[in-house]
Write a protein that binds this ligand. Sequence first.
Ligand SMILES: [Fe+2]
Length: 136
Amino acid sequence: MFSWSENYATGIQEIDKQHRKLVSIGAKLEDMLGTGDSVDYYDYILETLDELKDYTEYHFGYEEKKMEECKYENFEQHRMEHMYFVKRINKLSMEDIDSHQLGVITQTLNFLAKWLFSHILNEDKKYVHCILGNKE
Ligand SMILES: [Fe+2]
């Protein structure tokens, strides 16, 4: 689910770099979950889930700062979408992971991957003109 395509590029270098990083953390997590009985990897899975959560918050913060700086017209709506995503990820990492819940996490990750790519294609691309036009 988590794989990068150049179609996702916004043309804003720093944001594309951050999006790639998000995708790579998601892919790492996906690989771990796909290894079947991952009992030995729980700590690593939790750690990576935290990494995904932390990096997402950092990245959304960066985007929001940039959108505010250029007075992006759909800022509030965009921010609400970010909040929704963060809420989903937070819920995920608060669960106690056991062998049954690995399946739940995989399902949720699939959902998050779909959400993320659709967000990049449909929402992030809309602020590009604003952020690039505001270049110093
Ligand atoms: Fe965004």
